[in-house]
Design a protein around this ligand. Structure first.
Ligand SMILES: CCCCCCCC/C=C\CCCCCC(=O)SCCNC(=O)CCNC(=O)[C@H](O)C(C)(C)COP(=O)(O)OP(=O)(O)OC[C@H]1O[C@@H](n2cnc3c(N)ncnc32)[C@H](O)[C@@H]1OP(=O)(O)O
Ligand SMILES: Cc1cc2nc3c(=O)[nH]c(=O)nc-3n(C[C@H](O)[C@H](O)[C@H](O)COP(=O)(O)OP(=O)(O)OC[C@H]3O[C@@H](n4cnc5c(N)ncnc54)[C@H](O)[C@@H]3O)c2cc1C
Length: 596
């Protein structure tokens, strides 16, 4: 299994390299080789971006060509057995020895072992290691080091390195995630990635970057990439589920009628059409977020880090919500396919196992939403002090006078309704924190007592951003389209707004003048819209344009030969190679004869 995966991974990587294409394309093409994940994903997904983001030009000149030519194979080892979220609590140490101009890497105890890095188990010979940097007896916090862990000729672990694979997981079982421990392992001073901080030969620590969190830059990059990845993942799943629902016929609502396509059931449309809309919403939002990211990078190249806090808040909540929505909606696609959706050959289990992992890695859902909430509360307080708000928080102004927003069920009105919900929930958090402080709590405890509400406020902010970006970008991008295309894409973005308005009626009742009658109207409009989208449903998923080789699904292939493909795959199962398994003769027959 591992050998096959590595072979496929290299065919994918070297093939694309010959075509001179960039890593995002690599990510897409690797889908044609892997149901789960390539052991080389971390090499291009984090090892290369970290060299670019954390190394000086001289260090890049040394390491980047080796990495891009696959002369070295890397991964990103930050998480430890004992810590993943709390980076400042990482235990691996890198202590500078000026007499030899080296860092000594140590794994102080079991919980300090690096754990999880993709490709570390058996594939990588280098890795980025986040370790607490000590020099002249002072700890300067976690810093990135590039470390060779295996001999590039023999692939044997180097002396002082303990490395291996962490074992089977819910998914990602082709990524050879590994563990790594150091026993007084020495690396040259130059292996500290020195773009944001340096250590001179005599051990003097020199802080270069103005912003203390630039070391976390790779994580921001991957979070931005993941939003796009999720759109792609969900688009695959809903292509499979909608095509299968067009083939599958089941039950007899009317006695004298043939069994209908299950796609004709309103409940099936309710399960699946939000998945089509969400794939579009996330793709458009990911492009908007990428443009925001590149804008902040440009500012930072000019030495201006003022826009970094908003980017961190946006990338945190969009990564959290896109991965959470995608996991839930891929599972919904699986539910919509009945028993056959549970078959591995449908590819829905693999898509789910990949998506649900993203809700955790690169920043746990709750933790990242609390990061966004931290920014929202700070912004509210700055608004109270009369300071300007950042663009994505302009809607907070409307809440200043505390008046309730009047409900307007037009698409633009619903977007404003979500702004009001976000503003209201952030304001309620600020009020809760202040109440606890007035009752004698310190700020940290008052914050902790409000964290359930803070997670909800961050989700509401993120939903408001997605709704606004989805609506605006759809209008902008369809301006030149034919009336037919424009109408269908407008239906999808309206469906997204109606769906979420119905999901959040409690909030809308609390923070706008929404009435029970308005809710009845929303429900009726939503159901009518499902019926309108039905005739275009298969065309809409065909428009995602996935080849069968990429979908890898018995249920979602373009030709609709579902039952034939299910049987073809079943007959390939090893258990079907012999009519009678040898377990019958070894165990079952003796048992039947009372001989066990
Ligand atoms: C083929 C190429 C395509 C690529 C496709 C990619 C696909 C996926 C790739 C690979 C697959 C597998 C990847 C998985 C890899 C991993 O999981 S790597 C490990 C990831 N780990 C994490 O994400 C850890 C999460 N934890 C954190 O980020 C931080 O510890 C924390 C933010 C939760 C808390 O950090 P802490 O130091 O405690 O900070 P705070 O005290 O909360 O905040 C201090 C201030 O710093 C600001 N800040 C925090 N983080 C950032 C950041 N990343 N950027 C900018 N600023 C940040 C924070 O807002 C505070 O600011 P204020 O004081 O002003 O409020
Ligand atoms: C498939 C996969 C691949 C991975 N690949 C890599 C890799 O290549 N490199 C790498 O370095 N890491 C990798 N990771 C590790 C990943 O980054 C961590 O698992 C992730 O950051 C979560 O940290 P944790 O596991 O310590 O969870 P924890 O943070 O311990 O979470 C446990 C619970 O505690 C809660 N919690 C934690 N802190 C807080 C808080 N401050 N407030 C409220 N609740 C809190 C969380 O919400 C969660 O419910 C991978 C993980 C997975 C699943």
């Amino acid at each position: 299994m591992y050998g096959q995966i590595v072979r496929d991974g290299l065919v994918n990587v070297t093939g694309i390299e010959d075509l001179g294409l960039t890593s995002p394309v690599l990510q897409r093409t690797s889908d044609a080789f892997f149901k789960e994940i390539s052991p080389f994903l971390l090499h291009f997904g984090m090892f290369v971006p970290t060299i670019i983001g954390q190394c000086t030009p001289e260090q890049q000149a040394k390491w980047l060509p080796l990495a891009m030519d696959l002369k070295i194979i890397g991964t990103y080892a930050q998480t430890e057995l004992g810590h993943g979220t709390f980076i400042r609590g990482l235990e691996t140490t890198a202590t500078y020895d000026a007499s030899t101009e080296q860092f000594i890497l140590k794994t102080p105890k079991l919980s300090s072992y690096k754990w999880w890095a993709g490709g570390l188990g058996k594939t990588a010979n280098h890795c980025i290691v986040l370790a607490q940097l000590y020099t002249k007896g002072v700890c300067h916090g976690p810093h990135p080091f590039i470390v060779q862990i295996r001999d590039t000729e023999t692939h044997m672990p180097l002396p002082g390195i303990k490395v291996g694979e962490i074992g089977p997981k819910l998914g990602f079982n082709t990524a050879d995630n590994g563990f790594l421990g150091f026993e007084d392992f020495r690396i040259p001073r130059e292996n500290l990635m020195m773009k944001n901080a340096q250590v001179t030969k005599d051990g003097t620590y020199v802080k270069v970057a103005r912003h203390g969190k630039l070391t976390y830059g790779t994580m921001v990059f991957v979070r931005v990439m993941l939003v796009s990845d999720m759109a792609y993942c969900l688009a695959k799943a809903v292509t499979i589920a909608v095509r299968y629902s067009a083939v599958r016929r089941q039950s007899q609502p009317k006695p004298d009628q043939p069994e209908p396509q299950v796609l004709d059931y309103l409940t099936q449309q309710h399960k699946l059409f939000i998945c089509i809309s969400t794939a579009h919403a996330m793709k458009l939002t990911s492009t908007w977020l990428w443009n925001t990211f590149t804008g902040v990078l440009a500012d930072m190249r000019d030495g201006n880090t003022d826009t970094l806090p908003e980017l961190h808040a946006l990338s945190s909540c969009l990564k959290a919500i896109s991965t959470s929505d995608t996991s839930a909606l891929i599972e919904q696609c699986r539910f919509a396919c009945g028993g056959h959706g549970y078959m591995y050959s449908s590819n829905l289990p693999a898509l789910y196992s990949f998506a649900t992992a993203t809700r955790t890695y690169e920043g746990d859902y709750t933790v990242l939403l609390l990061q966004t909430a931290r920014f929202l509360v700070k912004s509210w307080e700055q608004m109270d002090e009369g300071k300007p708000l950042t663009p994505t928080l302009a809607y907070l102004e409307q809440s200043r006078n505390g008046s309730q927003v009047s409900w307007d069920d037009s698409p633009e009105g619903i977007v404003r309704g979500f702004d009001a919900v976000a503003a209201g929930r952030i304001g309620a958090c600020v009020k809760s924190i202040r109440k606890h402080i007035n009752n004698g709590m310190d700020y940290e405890d008052a914050w902790q007592m409000t964290t359930v509400q803070l997670v909800g406020a961050a989700e509401a902010h993120c939903r408001a951003v997605i709704c606004r970006v989805y609506r605006d970008e759809t209008a902008r991008l369809t301006a030149g389209c034919s009336p037919g295309v424009k109408a269908v894409l407008d239906q999808l973005s309206t469906l997204y707004l109606l769906y979420w308005a119905l999901e959040r009626t409690g909030d809308l009742l609390r923070f706008s003048s929404l009435s029970e009658r308005d809710i009845e109207n929303l429900q009726a409009r939503y159901e009518a819209l499902l019926l309108k989208i039905r005739p275009n449903a298969v065309g809409l998923v065909d428009a995602f344009d996935f080849r069968d080789e990429v979908l890898m699904s018995t249920l979602g292939s373009y030709d609709g030969r579902v039952y034939e493909r299910l049987m073809e795959e079943a007959l390939k199962t090893p258990l079907n190679r012999e009519p009678v398994s040898d377990s019958f003769h070894k165990y079952i027959k003796p048992m039947m004869q009372g001989k066990l």
